[in-house]
Design a protein around this ligand. Sequence first.
Ligand code: HDL
Ligand code: ZN
Length: 419
Amino acid sequence: MAAPPLSYDEISPAVERAVQSQRALDIHTHLFSPEFGAHMLWGIDELLNYHYLIAETLRQSDIGVDAFWKMNRAQQADHIWQTLFIENSPVSEACRGVITALKTLGADPAERDLNRIREFFADTTADEMIDRAFKAANIGAVVMTNDPFDEEEARVWFKGRPPNERFLPALRIDPLLNDYEEQALPTLLAQGYHADAALSKQCLGEIRKFINDWIDRMDPLYMAVSLPPDFAYPEESIRGELIRQCVLPVSYFRGVPFALMIGVKRQVNPSLRMAGDGCAKADMSALERLCAENPNNAFLTTFLSRENQHELCVAARKFPNLLVFGCWWFMNNPSVVEEITCERAELLGLSFIPQHSDARILEQLAYKWPHARETIGSVLAEKYRGLAASGWRVSAAELERDVHNLFVGNFQRFLERAS
Ligand code: HDL
Ligand code: ZN
């Protein structure tokens, strides 16, 4: 007996229940599990020192960037709190996120005294906060951003990091593709690979071995790179050669998808350090050619410019081997998440991954996911109401199936198809 269809008025509450109750897989974060030591960031002082809030503080503060960088973490947090939360109302998405995180983690969101908030975090251990943040965000696991070119992190992997079912690896290869001669080549040589600046045949073989060895060591869900707005493919360049001769063949033969995160302009203002990156519209034809020339390769992608989002949906319609994910970085604001999710549902149906958190500090999970579910839920409710008005009413079970696919199933099936 098929489950009864929802009435028009039952749709919105049913969508809300399905979206809130669906445990999600967070497919891109910068979080680390405790065995990565200082790489794991958590607590209110780290939460306030998020680079998004540093950029916003330096716009409104009178102390200037040099004086800010001379402060220690706690002094920086005090200054950020005073500037963005006390002297101004915390209206921005990153500011409101801190308030949501405090609330969902059980602290008093109306507490103005930062030292009282610090006491709340002082009473908790890292492991307890992991449990609390994952529960508050209703996520089962996060995918990390693991960098084999980071010496400290590589040491953990060389020791043989034990698998952790809540912190899953992703192999990040930005230095290889974006800074081969300055950053990647010295590391390749230090790790014993016979690489060279000329990208000789032997060198390309050694780089394929490097990628294979790190896949063996990490067992990553995918390999990823962030790329500038002028990313071109094919291209007579080091990057073009390494993608064609090393990344694509290894990605295919090992069944490890290649994630391209396109449109970041690194260090438009270097004085802001990690907060100094910008974005610009990229040329979609590079991704289209990659997907068209490599129909048996699996590609994940997200774009940083709002101006790329509609043409990305059109491109994704052409290539079943391309899975669009998330509202990345400067896209992760309710007004843009709503617009992007709406056009994806209209052009891609349910064949995309609506969100990842990009969390850098553990407790950000407790705001990035509640905010995302709020916006994605309201878009989905409107789509299912529209469907009902056209004459097609879904059951609660069908709704839950669809939401499971968006938050977990699409990615899992994509990985299975790639492997
Ligand atoms: O390159 C990336 O993965 C970006 O997400 C950057 O890390 C960026 O600094 C960030 O944290 N965005 O949310
Ligand atoms: Zn990121």
